[in-house]
Unconditional design. Structure first.
Length: 434
């Protein structure tokens, strides 16, 4: 680019303009066409170099050209000689790329610590909190509705007393439960003694049977006394007494579970302290009696015929899962039949073996009966046989004669009736069928 001094001698020594000093003979600097053309060419070249077409009506083209050139040159990629390290820029207190990466990894590791893989990112933590930005408030409000530690400890030391009467017991704990759930446990003080068929209804959620486990692992009706303290736990079906009393009714119920199937068992059910086998257990008995409600649902097609003492009674066992299902059994309580060893299952009526009786009567010819020799001349009962001393006659009725059972003079008059029997006492027979 030309300076004004390159085209005129009137410039100062620096080649620049001067106003001149006429009094001292120094002329003012003259503007020459050469210099003006040189300046114009410089400006035109700037505008053209920016890619802008000259426009006589636009006096801002030089500015626009400078801005365009500046914009085009102001990118990192077009810079040359750029430094490649932090220190190359003159920065001495910054982390290198490696140092930054290490610091980030250490910070993340400290944040995650030993968290499980499912909870080691912020996304996983947010999901675990249900995406609730107010999780702390939500939990605080939820916990506010729970029982306090003090109230729980107080409740743990409190036995709620049952209400109700007889076998239908109720319980009203505080706070009340909203529903039954397995493993719920309650401390209870019973207001009445057990009946053998007791239920418990807690917070009016429905009556459930009260049970306890026997020493054989069988659930049986619970046994408790009025005023007894105990824990009961809901197992999803029944309320189970966890600390039952070791009393005789429990032992008797347990023993029924030990009896073999198919063995008639005599029971003195006329005694008030004796219980018949329960019907609500995993095992099942029948009573060997006809038309007895105890057998409802397990004994069908009963048949009873004849009259005492030759009554015949039987029934058909009807119980799925019983090895005796669909088998007919004699109902010996109704038949009043005794049990005899041998010939198992054979039913027999009473009889006598080769038995004969002496007879007496009037006008009894000796030829009308078969004689049975006797070592003396008396008939049964000590009555003399007039027909022939020393002859005892069989009990064949002829000409109005009749068999005679009489007083022998020492042991009294024989007891007679419509059956032949030994001295006995009645019992009720039961038979386990499952």
């Amino acid at each position: 680019m030309q300076k004004i001094g390159d085209s005129t001698s009137t410039a100062n020594g620096a080649g620049e303009y001067t106003q001149g000093q006429p009094g001292s003979g120094i002329d003012a600097t003259m503007i020459t066409a050469a210099w003006l053309n040189a300046v114009q060419r410089e400006i035109v070249n700037v505008i053209a170099g920016a890619g802008i077409t000259l426009n006589p009506a636009d006096d801002s083209q030089l500015l626009k050209s400078i801005q365009a050139i500046q914009a085009a040159a102001n990118t990192w990629a077009k810079l040359t000689g750029k430094p490649t390290t932090v220190s190359g820029f003159g920065i001495t207190d910054a982390f290198t790329k490696t140092e930054v990466s290490t610091a980030i990894q250490q910070a993340v590791a400290s944040l995650v610590a030993s968290s499980p893989a499912a909870l080691d990112t912020l996304k996983e933590l947010a999901d675990a909190l249900g995406g609730d930005p107010n999780f702390a408030t939500t939990m605080t409000n939820a916990l506010a509705g729970k029982a306090s530690i003090a109230s729980i400890q107080s409740q743990g030391a409190t036995a709620f007393t049952t209400g109700g009467a007889a076998s239908a017991l109720t319980l009203t704990p505080s706070p009340a439960i909203t529903a039954y759930a397995a493993n719920q446990r309650f401390r209870v003080k019973f207001n009445v003694a057990s009946t053998g068929a007791d239920t418990l209804n807690i917070s009016t959620k429905g009556a459930k049977s009260l049970k306890q486990y026997s020493m054989f692992g069988v659930k049986i009706p619970a046994v408790f006394m009025a005023g007894q303290l105990s824990d009961v736990e809901y197992d999803g079906i029944d309320f189970v007494l966890l600390n039952p009393l070791p009393i005789s009714t429990t032992t008797q119920a347990e023993l029924w579970a030990l009896q073999p199937i198919g063995v008639p068992i005599p029971v003195f059910t006329h005694l008030s302290a004796v219980l018949e086998p329960p019907t609500n257990q995993s095992y099942r008995y029948i009573k060997l009696s006809a038309a007895d409600p105890y057998n409802d649902g397990v004994l069908i097609a009963e048949v009873v015929s004849g009259s005492a003492p030759l009554v015949q009674a039987s029934g058909l066992i009807s119980l799925a899962g019983s090895p005796l299902n669909n088998q007919r059994i004699n109902l010996i309580n109704t038949e009043r039949r005794s049990i005899r060893a041998g010939s198992v299952g054979t039913v027999e009526d009473d009889q006598f073996q080769g038995f004969g009786l002496a007879t007496r009567g009037t006008n009894l010819p000796t030829t009308s009966v078969e004689p049975l020799q006797s070592p003396n001349n008396t008939g049964i009962g000590g009555n003399s046989v007039a027909a022939d001393p020393g002859v005892v006659y069989r009990a064949t009725v002829r000409n109005g004669a009749y068999p005679l059972l009489g007083d022998d003079g020492a042991n009294g008059t024989p007891r007679i009736g419509n059956e032949t029997r030994t001295k006995n006492i009645g019992v009720t027979y039961y038979l386990r069928i499952k």
